[in-house]
Structure formats: structure tokens, C-alpha cells
Design a protein around this ligand. Structure first.
Ligand SMILES: Nc1ncnc2c1ncn2[C@@H]1O[C@H](COP(=O)(O)OP(=O)(O)O)[C@@H](O)[C@H]1O
Ligand SMILES: [Mg+2]
Length: 253
């Protein structure tokens, strides 16, 4: 099962959600592949325990555009059973190069085919845009997870994302389904957080995960140690929420 984690807004919790849910599912005993499709490379630095990919490391861009097999690009992470195809700077150039390619929307799907046989779960961390890289992720995916920050304007952009999903479904990937919307960075002390959850649930009935991820300072600390928060501080409230969210993701199938 291939999951794309997408929302064209930046800073809503895509990378945090991807690395933590992937880590929880790996901890539950499954082999999981994390595909970092963002030029920022935050998912990559978030699971390597302070290491960086070496100068010869292959990236998601090489896999998507240059026929590098996933098995040659993958790296081990600090999380047992969780492997990574690194992201990073060359994905910025890749999104430009993609425009010229034939079958430009389906390259990642084809490239990941050999990995799909090997990994029960594949998670793609998308960039903060609806560019061709995100479209490639949506075409490759069976399921979409949409992190939504509990903040003003949370709904902004979601209808555009849903339109893109409909277009991808109609033209390129009829198998794409929405796994769910995950409310992130919830702050129980503010009224707006609760209001946003209600608003999103009203707009997308049945699509919002029951689990709500609270805002928690441990989440902001964990990337500097190169670890998902579920490993850095498994007892903290956000880690417990991601554990629960990962069970919802697996249960929704
Ligand atoms: N539950 C949370 N509590 C506190 N900070 C969070 C939480 N989730 C994400 N963050 C922080 O918010 C910022 C954006 O999150 P990130 O996952 O990188 O978003 P995106 O990938 O959508 O840009 C990061 O600094 C991250 O550490
Ligand atoms: Mg990110």
C-alpha cells in the first residue's frame, strides 16, 4: 500500500506526520519505505539520527528521473524496518525537468513498482505545492493522508487539493482513495483549535481521523536529534497521538 502525505500548504505537519506514522507502522512489525519527495529534505534528516546522506547517495529524484532502482537508493534509518529514499536539493531541479518528460505524471509510480513488492507500506512525503512531484506522488499512491493544521484558514487550499485528487483519479489513477485528514498541532487552550476541528469535520464528513495530534514541544525538538518523536519521547502526548493515528491508518486499509 502506497500512501502520499500531501497538502500544498507548508508547515502543516506533513513531514512530522509521515515520519511518525511510518515509524509506528515499522515498530508494529512491517517493513516500511519512506520516500522523501521534498527538496527541503526534512524527512531525510528526521530519521537518520544526525547523519546525512553521503555525497554519492541517490535520491528520490534519481529514482524518479534516472532509472535508479529503489533498492540502490534506499538507506537504513534509526528506526528498525524503516528504510528511506532520501530527498533534498536536486528535487527542485527535478520538478522543472519533469515538465519535459514523456509520461511525466507516472514516473514515480513506475519507479516504485519494484519496491511495492518488497514493502508492505510506502509513505511519500510531498513538497508544499501541487507541482508535478506531488502529482507524481498522487499517481503513485493508493491512499492519501492530508495533515491539516488546527489554525485559521485551515480549509483554505483544501478544495483545490481535492480538485487535484479528482483530476488525478479521473485521468491517471482511479485507485486513489483518501485515507483521511489528520488534524495537527491542536492546542486545547485556544478556542480556535476546537472550532477548526469542527469546521473540517463538517466539510469532510467521515474523512477526518478520530485522532487529533496535539501541539507539543517534543515534536519540535526531535528533528534536531534526527529521530521521529515516537522514538525520541514515546510517552509524550504527540507520540501517543501518532501511535493512535497509525493504527487508524492501518485499520482504514
Ligand atoms: N504536533 C506538533 N507540535 C509542535 N510542533 C509541531 C507539531 N507538528 C509539527 N510541528 C512543527 O511545525 C513545523 C512544520 O511541521 P512539518 O511537519 O515540517 O510541516 P510540513 O512538512 O507540512 O511543512 C516543524 O517545525 C514541526 O516541528
Ligand atoms: Mg515537509
Amino acid at each position: 500500500m502506497i500512501y502520499a502525505v500531501a497538502n500544498q500548504k507548508g508547515g502543516v505537519g506533513k513531514t512530522t506526520t509521515t515520519v511518525n506514522i511510518a515509524a509506528c507502522i515499522a515498530a508494529a512489525g512491517h517493513r516500511v519505505l519512506l520516500v522523501d519527495a521534498d527538496a527541503q529534505g526534512n524527512a531525510t534528516s528526521g530519521v537518520l539520527g544526525g547523519e546525512r546522506p553521503g555525497p554519492d547517495a541517490r535520491t528520490t529524484a534519481d529514482v524518479m528521473l534516472d532509472g535508479v532502482p529503489p533498492a540502490s537508493a534506499r538507506m537504513q534509518t534509526v528506526v528498525p524496518r524503516l528504510d528511506l529514499i532520501p530527498g533534498g536539493g536536486d528535487l527542485a531541479a527535478a520538478s522543472v525537468e519533469l515538465v519535459e518528460r514523456e509520461g511525466r505524471e507516472g514516473l514515480l509510480r513506475r519507479a516504485l513498482e519494484p519496491a511495492a513488492a518488497e514493502y508492505r507500506y510506502i509513505f511519500i512525503d510531498c513538497p508544499p505545492s501541487l507541482d508535478l512531484i506531488t502529482v507524481n506522488a498522487l499517481v503513485a499512491a493508493d491512499r492519501l493522508v492530508v495533515p491539516v493544521q488546527c489554525e485559521y484558514y485551515a480549509l483554505e487550499g483544501l478544495s483545490r487539493l481535492m480538485e487535484t485528487v479528482s483530476e488525478v483519479r479521473a485521468r491517471l489513477n482511479p485507485g486513489l482513495a483518501i485515507s483521511g485528514l489528520l488534524m495537527t498541532m491542536h492546542d486545547p487552550r485556544t478556542r480556535i483549535s476546537g472550532e477548526v476541528v469542527n469546521e473540517v469535520r463538517t466539510h469532510f464528513p467521515g474523512l477526518v481521523f478520530d485522532t487529533i495530534v496535539p501541539r507539543n514541544v517534543r515534536v519540535t525538538e526531535s528533528p534536531s536529534f534526527g529521530e521521529p518523536v515516537v522514538r525520541y519521547d514515546p510517552q509524550c502526548a504527540a507520540a501517543e497521538a501518532y501511535q493512535q493515528a497509525s493504527r487508524e491508518v492501518m485499520a482504514r486499509g
